[in-house]
Design a protein around this ligand. Structure first.
Ligand code: NAD
Ligand code: GLY
Length: 357
């Protein structure tokens, strides 16, 4: 195992480390040291439990461990499932010192974090993300929540973890499509905040798709550094944090119009980033670079034929709509993003035409 790398999310007394390494699970990393007390509830799902639950328990040696294995899938990211986590906490006699540990992808992290935010008005929690998307995005920054029948992530809370433990070796078992979906968020990080990293991705995308461990470790580290820096500056998304939603307004509309589960979140964000880049008014050459990089990561670069009006209607429901005015994250150039509601409506219509098939 190579030396773990640590990044700190600077949030005053709620600051926490993101520890990144290969082989951290089952190794001698003492996760128990981060528990609030002597006991914890590990929440995972039925795909991940057989792969990593026993391994993780080794990192909690000496602690009292309860486990809860949920069914796998975005369809279960609901209040009902979250309520089941609360039931388990109550029935096992959990108290204010109990720590919740999320072992899994973004779905498990979001549900578990939200349960931790609610139980006894807030107990400690730890993220052990096992998808690339969760390692570079959802496990960092404290957004937790569940879906409502009328929209994604409509119910939730900000609740920061005590530590994020990233074992990049868990990516060995991740299906190719899920790896690509995570690469969409990695590419997003470069596009919005670091032109040099974007170039590095262009040079190394083959290695990343081939799961080269060193390349993946660097991509996870740099993406986490970018996210940590943005979150430290604007924890509650009063301003700058919104740039992390680059491609997401279009992406969420794609997911909504298609029906959740058809395309993965990262796939919808990939096509959404190309649409948002089109709205940005940046050089066509830069849009071409973004498209080429996404394609090389086996990601879609255009929306499915769900219809431009349907997408527009769906965007009207987006939480990022302020004062009924659509706001978009756009690029001033590759490596720098801003949020604006000052866009040309005819350009938006032209971008949306791609969804008319
Ligand atoms: P996911 O949690 O559904 O995981 C994808 C699939 O991979 C699942 O079937 C899972 O069981 C499986 N899996 C996980 N780890 C594995 C491993 N190591 N080996 C084999 N299979 C594995 O999806 P995701 O892409 O991780 O997360 C998507 C969710 O994250 C969405 O609900 C999205 O809204 C949310 N999200 C939240 C934030 C945030 O800031 N909180 C940010 C981005 C996305
Ligand atoms: N994924 C967007 C954010 O964490 O703010």
């Amino acid at each position: 195992m190579s030396e773990p790398r640590t990044i700190t999310v600077e949030l005053g007394e709620r600051s926490y480390p993101i520890v990144i390494g290969s082989g951290l699970l089952g190794g001698d990393f003492d996760l128990g040291a981060y528990l609030a007390g002597g006991d914890c509830l590990v929440v995972t799902n039925d795909t991940i439990a057989p792969l990593y639950l026993d391994t993780l328990e080794a990192n909690l040696f000496g602690k009292s461990i309860e486990t809860l294995t949920l069914p796998d899938g975005e369809a279960f990211k609901t209040l009902e499932t979250m309520s089941g986590v609360l039931d388990k906490l109550v029935s096992s006699g959990a108290n204010r010192d109990t720590t919740l540990v999320a072992l899994g992808g973004g779905v498990i992290g979001d549900i578990t974090g939200f349960a931790a935010a609610c139980y006894m008005r807030g107990v400690a929690f730890i993220q052990v993300p096992t998808t690339l998307l969760a390692q570079v995005d959802s496990s960092v920054g404290g957004k937790t929540g569940v879906n409502h029948a009328l929209g994604k992530n409509l119910i939730g809370a900000f609740h920061q973890p005590r530590v994020v433990l990233i074992d990049t070796r868990t990516l060995d078992t991740l299906p190719d499509r899920e790896l690509s979906a995570g690469l969409a968020e990695v590419i997003k990080a470069g596009a919005i905040a670091d032109a040099e990293f974007f170039e590095w991705l262009e040079d190394n995308i083959g290695a990343l798709v081939a799961r080269d461990p060193e390349a993946l470790a660097h991509a996870v580290q740099r993406s986490c550094e970018i996210k940590a820096e943005v979150v430290s500056e604007d924890e509650r998304e009063a301003g700058r944090r919104a740039i992390l939603n680059f491609g997401h307004t279009f992406g969420h509309a794609i997911e909504h119009c298609q029906g959740y589960g058809e395309w993965l979140h990262g796939e919808a964000v990939a096509a959404g980033m190309v649409m948002a880049a089109g709205l940005s008014g940046i050089d066509q050459a830069d849009i071409d670079r973004l498209q080429a990089l996404l394609k090389a990561a086996n990601l879609p670069v255009a929306p499915p034929a769900v219809g431009s009006q349907a997408m527009l209607d769906a965007m009207g429901m987006d939480k990022k709509v302020l004062d009924k005015q659509l706001r978009f994250v756009v690029l001033d150039k590759l490596g720098h993003a801003t949020v604006t509601s000052d866009y040309d409506r005819s350009v938006l219509d032209a971008v949306l035409e791609a969804a008319d098939g």
